[in-house]
Design a protein around this ligand. Sequence first.
Ligand code: NAD
Length: 483
Amino acid sequence: MRAQPQASHFVAGAWAEDRAGAAFESVHSATGEVIARLHEATPAILDRALDAARAAQPAWAALAPVERGRILRRAADLMRARNRELSVLETLDTGKPLQETLVADAASGADALEYFAGYAPTVTGQTIPLGGDMAYTLREPLGVCAGIGAWNYPIQIAAWKAAPALAFGNAVVFKPSEVTPLSALALAEILAEAGLPAGLFNVVQGGGAVGSALVGDARVNKVSLTGSVPTGRKVYAQAAEGIKAATMELGGKSPLIIFDDADLENAVGAAMLGNFYSSGQICSNGTRVFVQRGLRDAFLGRLAERAATITLGAPLDEATQMGPLVSAAQAERVLGYITQGRAEGARLVCGGARVGETGAFVAPTVFADVTDEMVIAREEIFGPVMAVLDFDTEEEVIARANATEYGLSAGVFTRDLARAHRVVARLEAGTCWINAYNLTPVEMPFGGVKASGVGRENGHAALEHYTRIKSVYLGLGDVDAPY
Ligand code: NAD
């Protein structure tokens, strides 16, 4: 299995390599095979990418929005036409099953390109009457945006940042996670083929040091990170040092609240999707599943039955429903949390162990009798580990759901819609689902509150984070000077 790109970086519209950069490998975590060898970006590569972005951005911003949109729309079509190829690449790089990547990754990136392609030409400013004089506002791009990605949805993250940034007239320098470096390069190729002028979407490889060099560079006007809370604290602080705009899409420990009048099958299905999809490596997962006591036993019984039918295996086999974790290191981390959950006295309902001799496979795992103080109920595990907690009253569960530093998402299952809206109104979360979970269509803004982040991606809200307002005062009379 090989997925070697032509070169490590994509800069100024072409592949770029600098062998002086530290070598690193991309590994298929189902087998441990090396699928690509790359080099981290050197200061020379970063310099070229940032200069190219700065040079290309003004002419791009000066194009009619409909022309920018046309190119992005073409890129969306190319992504869809190549969905299978891109999905195989993503499956090799992340270990996620092809069954998922075929529908969730490049497809959602294409949606973002299409959405913002159509949105760009609709953006207007305001006219502001001032009783004689008047003012108007212009929406301007920010300039050069640095995007930094996590490893769980590599091409989706790259596209979710590139699409609004480019649509509104910015240039992008994107650094994918060093764990999954490949698909952002494929996106760069597609954008170039769609007609995006050179220098507007650059991909540079590397770890935290390369990311930090980008964030600190004076040529960068805006920083958008998808990553963990500890990284977010560092990147946000560094962006603040340069007084740069920042979007932080960070981690979570989200509550999924299931009242005892909920539809059992739907609630179980949502809890499974919200904990086992992508082997649990999703920021918005509902990893604290609060089940009202009346439904608890039926819920756990049905959950164990359905979890036992999950097909774990080779990710390229389309029958496989669950693949390995992204890396051996991540599997070890997750197994460590499972050991801790057992030691803290949580009751293992299913799973709880590594699967197979090779590969980073961990069985879908459910703990019951989890209490709020346990580490598995407090920390983001980022693996297929569900914690089920009991509750009695609405008031109690709202307080417990909010008792966390995180605030990315939350879900409520009930047939009582008045209660659903009442509860959602009090949940401290950027995105809430009622009788659904983890659906993130591009039309809907997405982002966190509290430590889970600042800013929003997707939807109309993204405009605020990739443009700034210029106010223009128009004097229509004589200047009234007192001297
Ligand atoms: P991570 O924080 O380890 O790394 C994220 C990215 O930041 C990587 O590209 C990394 O190289 C870079 N980085 C690390 N240190 C840096 C620094 N000092 N300066 C600049 N860049 C730096 O996260 P991860 O392990 O790749 O991804 C998992 C995390 O991402 C989880 O916490 C998950 O919840 C979060 N996530 C959030 C969202 C969201 O939209 N809210 C989506 C996906 C993942």
